[in-house]
Write a protein that binds this ligand. Structure first.
Ligand code: M6R
Length: 609
C-alpha cells in the first residue's frame, strides 16, 4: 500500500524518482522520501506530507546521484512522520531500503537485532529489513538481501542499495507487485508500470519469491536461493499521455468523461454488431466448458464488488445461471463449498488487492475454476487466475474508481451474453435488441456528459447536507451502493446505500428534512415498488432527488427533483445511472475543497489485508 521506485542509469536519479513518485502517489500519500548515492555516500531526504512537499524540500536543497530509491507511504506501522518515512537506513548509514507491504514478525526480529546491538530510529516494520541486510552483509548486496528476506514473514516488495556494493539496486518480492523497466543503459524498479511508461516499453514483472539485481550493464533475475532465472520481457501498450489530466481539474473528472470510450474499448472486438455473437476466446473459456457451468461465484472488494453485484443480475437474467457475490475480505473465512461446475469470477481493477488475491489463492487450492476480470495486464490476480478477461479502461489515477467500474460492467455484460450463448439461451428475438442497446450505451453516456453542468448546480444546492441515503432495487441496488461509496470516500460525508425494499426495515427511522434521498428509479421491474418507497419517504418530510429515464412522465409527481438519463434496456441502466451519481459526488467533494484524487486515509490499491 505504498509505492516504491528505483533508478540506475546515466541521468540524475532525483527528477526520475520524483516523477515516478507522483505517478505512484495514489498508492499512499502521508509521507515520502528519496535516497541517492553520490561520492560514496548515501544522501537521504524525507518529508511528512505529499510528494509536492518533497519536491519543495529538494528545490531548497537539491540532491544528485545516478543511482537512487524513492518511496511514497501509506502508514501501517508507525504514524506518518519524517522519521517513519522511507528510505530507511541501517546503523552505519551505508545502506537504505524502501518497502511496500507488512513484515508480520518484525517485533521478534527487532528485539533480536537490538540485543545484537543494532540501533533503531523508527517505529516502522521496514527498518528491520535494513538492519537484517546490514547483519548479513559480507560484500555482496544480493546475497545479504537474500539472507535477510529468508528471515521475513509477511508481504513485501523491497528494494535496497548500499555504498559498500555500489552501482547496484537489489529488489525482491513476495506479495505486493514489483516491475522492472529495461531502458537503454538505464533500469527501473517500480510498484507499477506508470513511472516506467515514459522511459521504456520493455518491462519484466517479478513473481513471488523472485529478485532482480539492477546493475549498470543490465538486470539479472534470481530466485530466493540465488538460482538465475530467465524472465519474459513484456512490451507495454499504455502510453504516458494516458496519465495526464488533459485540462481537467482532477483525474477523477477526466476519468468520468472517459467512460463512453472505455466502454467502447472494452466491448470492441468481442461482440459482433452484425450477428450479435460474443467472442471471449482470449479467456480460453471454450463454449463447451462454458456450457457446463451451473453456478457463478463473484468475489471482489469495494467498487469491484458493486460491479460484481450488477453482474449477478446480468448473468442471472441472460444466462439463467444462479450467481452469488461475496466480499473477498469475508469469503476467505468461509468454508469453500465449490464444485467443478462453479465458475469463480474474481474482479479487481488493480489486480493487486490483497484480500481478493488471498481469496483467489484459497479458491484455487480448493480446486475452483477461476476467471479474473482486471484492468492491469499481468498484474498478480489475472496472472494467478486460470483465465483472464481484461477491461480496457487505461490507467485510472483518481483513487475513487469510476471508469474502471463502467469497464467492469461492460466485461460482465459480455460474460453474461457469452454464458447465455454457450447455454443456448440467446434466441435472436430477445438478444438482438439487447445487444444493439448495449452497443448504444457509449453514445447515450456522451449525451449525459454534455449535461454534466446540471450536476454541478445540483451539488451546490445539496452542499449543506451531511447525511444522504441512496436507494435502488434490482440492478439499481448496486448503483445505489456505488453512488453512496463515491460520496463518502471523496467528500467524507455520511452516505448509505440501501436496497429500496430494505428501507422500511430500519433506515426509514433516519428520514427527516435533513436527510435527502437519491433514488435510482429507471423504468424496470422494480419501478412501481420504488415509487412506493419514495412516497413513504415524502410522507416523512424527506427530500427526494430521483434518477429516472427521460421518457418517464410519472416520476415528477413523486420526486422533488429529477435527473434524467436516456432510456435503455432496464438491464443496462447501471451504465447510465451511475454516472450522474459519480458527478454529484465529485462536485460536492470539489466544492468542499476535498482532495478529490487522493482522499484521506485511502490508497488506490489495497495491498495489505
Ligand atoms: O483494485 P480493486 O478493484 O481490487 O480495488 C478494490 C477496492 O479497493 C476499490 O474498488 C475501492 O473501493 C475504491 N476506492 C473505490 O472507489
Amino acid at each position: 500500500m505504498c509505492g516504491i521506485i528505483g533508478y540506475l542509469g546515466s541521468k540524475n536519479a532525483v527528477p526520475v524518482l520524483l516523477d515516478g513518485l507522483k505517478k505512484l502517489e495514489y498508492r499512499g500519500y502521508d509521507s515520502a522520501g528519496v535516497a541517492v548515492i553520490r561520492d560514496n555516500k548515501i544522501q537521504v531526504r524525507r518529508v511528512k506530507g505529499k510528494i509536492r512537499d518533497l519536491v519543495e524540500s529538494l528545490k531548497a536543497s537539491p540532491l544528485e546521484g545516478s543511482c537512487g530509491l524513492g518511496h511514497t507511504r501509506w502508514a501501517t506501522h508507525g504514524r506518518p512522520s519524517e522519521e517513519n518515512a522511507h528510505p530507511h537506513r541501517d546503523c552505519s548509514g551505508t545502506l537504505v531500503v524502501v518497502h511496500n507491504g507488512i513484515i508480520e514478525n518484525y517485533l521478534p526480529l527487532k528485539e533480536e537485532l537490538i540485543r545484537e546491538g543494532h540501533v533503531f530510529r523508527t517505529e516502522t516494520d521496514t527498518e528491520v529489513i535494513a538492519h537484517l541486510i546490514e547483519k548479513h552483509f559480507k560484500g555482496s548486496l544480493e546475497e545479504a538481501v537474500m539472507m535477510a528476506i529468508r528471515e521475513l514473514e509477511g508481504a513485501y516488495a523491497v528494494a535496497a542499495m548500499s555504498v559498500r556494493d555500489p552501482d547496484k539496486i537489489v529488489a525482491a518480492k513476495t506479495g505486493p507487485p514489483a516491475v522492472v523497466g529495461l531502458g537503454e543503459g538505464e533500469f527501473f524498479i517500480s510498484s507499477d508500470i506508470n513511472p516506467i511508461l515514459g522511459y521504456t516499453p520493455r518491462v519484466v514483472f517479478l513473481e513471488d519469491n523472485e529478485m532482480a539485481v539492477l546493475e549498470r550493464q543490465g538486470v539479472r533475475f534470481l530466485d530466493f536461493q540465488g538460482t538465475p532465472l530467465s524472465k519474459t520481457v513484456d512490451h507495454l501498450s499504455w502510453n504516458p499521455i494516458m496519465i495526464e489530466k488533459k485540462g481537467f481539474k482532477h483525474f477523477m473528472l477526466k476519468e468520468i468523461f472517459e467512460q463512453p470510450q472505455v466502454i467502447r474499448d472494452t466491448l470492441e472486438g468481442r461482440i459482433s454488431q452484425g450477428s450479435g455473437k460474443v467472442y471471449l476466446d482470449e479467456t480460453g473459456l471454450s463454449p463447451r466448458a462454458t456450457k457446463s457451468i451451473e453456478r457463478v461465484l463473484i468475489i471482489a472488494c469495494g467498487t469491484s464488488y458493486h460491479a460484481g453485484l450488477a453482474g449477478k443480475y446480468f448473468i442471472e437474467s441472460l444466462a439463467q445461471v444462479p450467481v452469488s457475490v461475496e466480499y473477498a475480505s469475508e469469503y476467505r473465512y468461509h468454508d469453500l463449498l465449490l464444485d467443478p461446475r462453479t465458475l469463480v469470477v474474481v474482479i479487481s481493477q488493480s489486480g493487486e488487492t490483497a484480500d481478493t488475491l488471498a481469496a483467489l489463492r484459497a479458491i484455487k487450492k480448493a480446486g475452483g475454476l477461476t476467471l479474473a476480470i482486471s484492468n492491469v495486464v499481468n498484474s498478480t490476480i489475472p496472472r494467478e487466475a486460470e483465465r483472464a478477461l481484461y477491461t480496457h479502461a487505461g490507467p485510472e489515477i483518481g483513487v475513487a474508481a469510476t471508469k474502471t467500474f463502467s469497464a467492469q460492467l461492460a466485461a460482465l455484460a459480455l460474460l453474461a451474453l457469452y454464458l447465455a450463448q454457450a447455454k443456448g439461451r440467446s434466441d435472436e428475438g430477445t438478444f438482438s435488441p439487447l445487444i444493439q442497446d448495449l452497443l448504444r450505451v457509449p453514445h447515450k453516456l456522451e449525451r449525459i456528459l454534455t449535461e454534466a453542468r446540471r450536476l454541478e448546480d445540483l451539488a451546490q444546492r445539496f452542499l449543506a447536507f451531511s447525511h444522504f441515503l441512496y436507494l435502488g432495487r434490482w440492478v439499481s441496488f448496486p448503483v445505489a451502493l456505488e453512488g453512496a461509496l463515491k460520496l463518502k470516500e471523496i467528500s467524507y460525508l455520511h452516505a448509505e446505500g440501501y436496497a429500496g425494499g430494505e428501507m422500511k426495515h430500519g433506515p426509514i427511522a433516519l428520514i427527516d428534512e435533513d436527510m435527502p434521498t437519491l433514488a435510482v428509479v429507471p423504468k424496470d421491474r422494480a419501478y412501481e415498488k420504488m415509487l412506493s418507497n419514495i412516497s413513504e419517504i415524502k410522507a416523512r418530510s424527506g427530500h427526494i432527488l430521483a434518477l429516472a429515464f427521460e421518457d418517464d412522465t410519472e416520476i415528477v409527481n413523486y420526486a422533488d427533483e429529477v435527473i434524467r438519463v436516456p432510456a435503455c434496456s432496464p438491464l443496462w441502466s447501471p451504465f447510465l445511472t451511475v454516472v450522474p451519481l459519480q458527478l454529484f459526488a465529485y462536485h460536492i467533494a470539489a466544492k468542499r475543497g476535498a482532495d478529490v484524487d487522493q482522499p484521506r486515509n485511502l490508497a488506490k490499491s489495497v495491498t495489505v489485508e
